[in-house]
Ligand binder design. Structure first.
Ligand code: MN
Length: 400
């Protein structure tokens, strides 16, 4: 075991944004173009001028308005850039060069970090899928017959993936709300059942060739890192429209992601075995790929923590989701985003949506003005904990 490195950056050592974390984001200062930075403590390191001064081969990727160019460089560059940044922030001789390019978070605007290509959302928590099945289909089996054979997912709307902090306008649409044995009439109007889904998002850096599946073993060659993700959901619109083709307008109005993208290397100590899969999945979803991440989630509504979903309790793993997403030969592109599905643990206080927390009761859903923040933390490689990017949003009244 190597001795953990110590940073010279004031206030960073021992924080959740120490040198074992180093998430990437896109920031700007007043009057300047957005560019790539890395977070250390409560500061952002402006990478472009430092990389140019040190004549880094890939210095141009830090001048971009998104992380896509950096992510597209691939796993070897991701690792070498991380080693370079770690050196900058831990070696005292680098301090004179680097310190002038550390900017307080309070002085910057943070932007959507990724130009999102395609967006896919899975449904990988058995507890969530069972709860939703019981609520939406009380007279049927909680899980449909395919659920334990493949990671169920749907194609979402990449163009409405927004950065943390973006206001969420309450969507309007068709809904039919049934109470008891009475089937309600079909009406149009603002959603009365606006919900959250606490999820993790996986961002693809390196694409793949059309026609060629990506093996689960190649996960780290294609995935760059993780974001916090809130899949805002209008349950009344969703419940009416989803049969037989799945979610559509009940989810496409907005999906929020964190400003910070945590590179896979920061999560090296967080991998754990999943709870178990029965029946054994088909070979392309190999059981050896059933490795999850020990990430704790907190759901915060108007300042109160209302739930603590554990990501380690998921049924399907990220590598299995990626293998399934491409097994038909569908190609990946830089900027593709795939999400875990709502993270719900086995306990009542581990549920990742208000639908489950209130068990369908209308009063549990979001009111105009409510603010939801999702926070994430995981074991770091230095023995402490790291924070992943949090994602927040406030509900605004419907416009139509
Ligand atoms: Mn979802």
């Amino acid at each position: 075991m190597t001795t953990p490195l110590t940073t010279w950056v004031p206030g960073a050592a021992g924080s959740h944004f120490d040198v074992d974390n180093l998430p990437y984001g896109v920031f700007s200062r007043a009057g300047e173009e957005p560019r790539v930075g890395v977070r250390i403590g409560d500061l952002v390191l402006d990478l472009a001028p430092v990389a140019a001064a040190e004549m880094l081969d890939v210095h141009h990727v830090f001048e971009e308005r998104t992380l896509n160019a950096l992510m597209a460089e691939g796993r070897a560059v991701r690792s070498s850039v991380r080693r370079w940044v770690t050196g900058l922030l831990t070696e005292e001789p680098e301090r004179d060069l680097v310190e002038p390019h550390l900017v307080p978070l309070a002085d910057v605007t943070l932007h959507l970090p990724v130009e999102v290509a395609d967006y896919v959302d899975f449904y990988a928590s058995e507890h969530h899928a069972s709860n939703v099945g019981r609520i939406f289909r009380p007279d049927a089996e909680a899980l449909l017959p395919n659920w334990k054979h493949l990671p169920v997912g749907y194609h979402g709307r990449a163009g409405t993936v927004v950065a943390s902090g973006t206001p969420i306008v309450r969507p309007s649409g068709q809904r039919r709300v049934s109470t008891g044995s009475t089937t309600g009439e079909v009406t149009f109007g603002p959603s009365r059942r606006l919900d959250i889904e606490a999820e993790l998002g996986f961002v693809v850096g390196v694409g793949s060739e059309l026609g060629s599946p990506v093996a689960h073993d190649d996960f780290a060659d294609h995935v760059f890192g993780l974001v916090g993700l809130n899949d805002w959901s209008a349950r009344d619109i969703q419940a009416w429209e989803y049969v037989p083709l799945g979610p559509f307008l009940g989810k496409s109005f907005a999906t929020s992601i964190s400003h910070w993208v945590t590179p896979l290397e920061a999560l090296d100590a967080a991998w754990v075995d999943l709870p178990g899969q029965d029946p054994e999945p088909l070979p392309y979803l190999a059981p050896t790929a059933a490795r999850g991440l020990d990430i704790d989630v907190e759901v915060v509504v108007n300042g109160d923590v209302i739930s603590r979903p554990p990501y380690r309790s998921m049924y399907w793993s990220p590598a299995q989701m990626l293998a399934h997403l491409t097994v038909n030969g569908a190609s990946l592109r830089t900027g593709d985003l795939f999400a875990s599905g709502t993270i719900s643990g086995p306990e009542v206080d581990q549920r990742g949506s208000l639908l489950e927390i209130g068990w369908g009761d209308e009063s549990a859903f979001l009111a105009d003005g409510d603010e939801v923040t999702l926070r994430y933390s995981a074991p770091g490689t230095a023995g402490g904990r790291i924070a992943l990017g949090e994602v927040t949003g406030r509900v605004e009244p419907a416009r139509a």
